[in-house]
Write a protein that binds this ligand. Structure first.
Ligand SMILES: [Mn+2]
Length: 397
């Protein structure tokens, strides 16, 4: 894995390759997308090395011989990678060297795909985001676990597809590698020689199925089958405990935002409803407001998204206790507008948020802070209020 990552990173940088294959996940760049693209690209590289050795005589491969390149592209900008805390945790734990990863904004991929023979493999999605639409004509394979969506299908007719509803795309990647290895006559050699890949697939399937939780209900028979296959290499001392422990650690890492800056926190999980910017945090808003440079970060976030108001929603879970809080902030000159939304969330009956105004020390000028006593109300419940607010603002104009 180490050798694969370093060599790929350097060869891409120096343009030292014949044909390019890009393996890319969806734009949310969650652990499933990251692990699927990395493991599948590593496999394709390994497979290429196996076949190459058989067919190429040594003398024919002089210094001018260039290998094909298989690049996993993490579909997130490099500076936003720290936001994906569970990926950072998982990669660190299993020894994936982060300095050799390739990110969305490391290259002008639109130029790159045009300038030489290129194939693109989509994992964990098959509807391209607007900024990825230029990839469509190059797509040769799709591995995804969402229901097939033909509405935006503009891929070549001979595109190889593995689209099946299972808990995790990593399950399908594991199965595909197993199958390709058999065709190659290599049985389980790839898995035996790539323990990091086994761990990445294993961890992701556990996180995506909430450790095969019945309530969550995402796991399928195939997820179970592949995880057992992976565990035949991991050979944990106690299978049940191993899974449980991994699940807890990954969940913990996902909500561990202690190392993030104010600006990163505001980019981690947000939605925009017209003029209202609504980020949610896995910590209390009270803590977010204490972060250095929060005032500037909030100002920047509002202007980036063209918003006037921000509704910040926080939540903290301590082993058993949960608490929630919220804050409504606005930029200069939007004080009138904020008063309207303030009234709406305070008086909302469906459901009542039970917002209790509380004092807090912050250098944001226009900020109302609340404890939210209704613990089951999430951003989902605020959406209708935001939409009603947008409608009302339109009528006023
Ligand atoms: Mn997925």
């Amino acid at each position: 894995m180490e050798e694969y990552l370093a060599r790929t990173y350097n060869n891409l940088k120096t343009g030292n390759f014949a044909k390019l294959t890009i393996v890319i996940g969806n734009e949310s760049c969650d652990l499933d997308s990251a692990a699927s693209s990395l493991v599948y690209a590593a496999y394709l590289y390994w497979q290429y090395q196996q076949i190459k050795c058989k067919t190429c005589s040594k003398g024919y491969r002089d210094e001018t011989f260039k290998d094909d390149l298989f690049v996993a592209v993490l579909n997130v900008n490099r500076e936003d990678f720290p936001i994906k805390t569970e990926i950072g945790y998982c990669f660190d734990k299993h020894g994936v060297e982060k300095s050799h990863l390739v990110f969305r904004n490391d290259y002008d991929f639109e130029e790159l795909v045009k300038s030489q023979p290129t194939s693109v493999i989509l994992v964990d999605h098959h509807v391209l985001a607007r900024q990825d639409l230029f990839l469509a004509p190059y797509v040769t394979e799709i591995i995804d676990h969402r229901p097939k969506d033909k509405s935006a299908w503009n891929f070549k007719e001979d595109t190889r597809t593995t689209i099946e509803i299972v808990g995790s795309c990593c399950t399908l990647v594991g199965e595909r590698i197993k199958h390709l290895s058999t065709v190659l006559g290599k049985d389980v050699e790839f898995f035996q020689t790539h323990p990091i890949c086994i761990e990445l697939l294993h961890s992701t399937i556990i996180l995506d199925t909430a450790n095969f939780s019945k309530e969550y209900n995402k796991a399928t028979k195939k997820d179970e089958e592949i995880i057992l296959f992976l565990e035949s290499f991991i050979e944990p001392f106690n299978y049940e405990e191993n899974r449980q422990c991994k699940h807890q650690q990954l969940q913990g890492a996902k909500s561990d935002v202690s190392a993030l800056t104010a600006a990163q926190l505001l980019r981690k999980d947000y939605k925009v409803f017209g003029p209202v910017f609504v980020p949610v945090f896995p910590i209390l808003v009270e803590e977010v407001l204490q972060k250095p440079h929060i005032k500037q970060a909030l100002h920047d976030a509002l202007s980036t998204h063209g918003c006037k108001l921000a509704l910040l929603l926080g939540m903290r879970i301590n082993t058993e206790e949960m608490s929630r809080d919220a804050a409504l902030c606005c930029g200069e000159g939007s004080e009138d507008t904020v008063a309207e939304l303030k009234k709406m969330i305070e008086e909302c009956k469906t459901p009542p948020f039970q917002l209790v105004p509380s004092s807090i020390k912050t250098d944001i000028q226009h900020c109302v802070y609340y404890k939210q006593l209704n613990l089951s109300a999430t951003r989902k419940q605020y959406v209708p209020v935001c939409n009603a607010f947008i409608e009302m603002s339109k009528k006023k104009k």
